[in-house]
Design a protein around this ligand. Structure first.
Ligand code: NAG
Ligand code: NAG
Ligand code: NAG
Length: 193
């Protein structure tokens, strides 16, 4: 009497295991096909121009206004990007000088969006070593700043939107010549997501 029950238990387990395995394989296949179809390409950033106005170091603090022209390029054919929070900052020698928020935007597929961002340092206190080298480079005619972009983004593929990712772009050296209005050399940024 107990014989059929004993025989059926292993087969149920086997059946569940086989089904589970098949599901996992199918899921993996679906992800692979999705990935191959979409083939996400990295998002690209460059700093196309930087102008500095009102550069003044007094009492170990900096005043300066940076007018940045950032170029954001989405090369993807199938992926569009929601930029929900965007911030641009200017650094010198690993010291933060100034930052500004950028208005959120949506970037379609195969799209270039140019962001004009004004970042102002208002009496930003400087470490003495930073002040020293900043003054030296300034009087030498050119200062190498770093521009960073930080953003919370979501990707959209077809009707599917992903969760939030953090994008970080590091653009260095952003060489600003004094007096300004001289030619600016475009800077390619390292982008991490
Ligand atoms: C910087 O600001 C101080 C105080 O406002 C002013 O006296 C000085 O001339 C300014 N320097 C430059 C280079 O603009
Ligand atoms: C990129 O997308 C923005 C926002 O939709 C649009 O205003 C702009 O014209 C697009 N740029 C290009 C080069 O297609
Ligand atoms: C720097 O900016 C602050 C705030 O706007 C202002 O009070 C200060 O006088 C400025 N300093 C210089 C040296 O221009």
């Amino acid at each position: 009497m107990a014989q059929p029950a004993r025989a059926s238990r292993p087969s149920i387990i086997r059946c569940v295991a086989v089904t589970g395995l098949a599901l996992i394989v199918l899921l993996g296949l679906a992800v692979l096909i999705f990935w191959l179809a979409v083939r996400p390409k990295p998002l690209e950033y460059t700093v196309d121009d930087t102008r500095v106005h009102g550069f003044n170091i007094t009492d170990h603090a900096l005043n300066a206004t940076f007018d940045l022209t950032l170029r954001s390029y989405n090369r993807n054919h199938h992926v569009s990007v929601y930029y929900d929070d965007v911030e641009a900052t200017v650094w010198y020698d690993e010291q933060l000088l100034a930052g500004a928020e950028v208005a959120p935007f949506y970037q379609p597929r195969r799209n270039v969006t140019t962001l004009d961002v004004r970042v102002a340092a208002r009496a930003a206190p400087l470490l003495s070593s930073v002040e020293k080298s900043l003054k030296r480079e300034r009087s030498g005619g050119g200062v190498a700043f770093e521009v960073r972009v930080w953003a919370r983004i979501r990707l959209k593929v077809g009707a599917v939107k992903t969760r939030h990712y953090t994008l970080k772009a590091y653009c260095s050296p952003v060489l600003v010549r004094f007096p300004s209005a001289q030619e600016f050399e475009k800077v390619y940024c390292d982008v991490d997501i």
